[in-house]
Design a protein around this ligand. Sequence first.
Ligand SMILES: [Cu+2]
Length: 161
Amino acid sequence: MKNRNAINPARRRLLGSMLLGAFGFSLTPGRVAAAAVPVKVWKSPTCGCCNDWIDHLEANGFSVTRHNDGNSDARKRLGMPVRFGSCHTAEVAGYAVEGHVPAREIHRLLDEKPQAVGLSVPAMPRGSPGMDGPEYGGAVDPYDVLLIDRDGAASVYQSYR
Ligand SMILES: [Cu+2]
């Protein structure tokens, strides 16, 4: 006879994660469970692909503060040349991150700590994080993640092609 009060293990796990979820904890292994890395993002209030990129960051170990007053001033202040510009500019650990840079390269940047202004994915290539929603119909443009050094020179940090 089954005990009416017994909760099967799967259901118990589900209830447990719901309770933890209510308190903002996560048992997900890996980077997401580690303390989230704070990032500030400057963008226009109406930028949809910026918000999609922020969702990508938040799903990959970052905690984002949004500033919805455009990114030109932040880009200039952080020393990111306009020619590498895109729709949003972020700041993480003193580095500039311009455009739809994958979270993977930002983690690598924070691990390697190069002498640099930061990273950029210029313009808005389709298929990059935040430019990969259903509205793009699966289109993928080749692109490079660039490392921008302090005299404004760019080198390829990671190629996606
Ligand atoms: Cu964009």
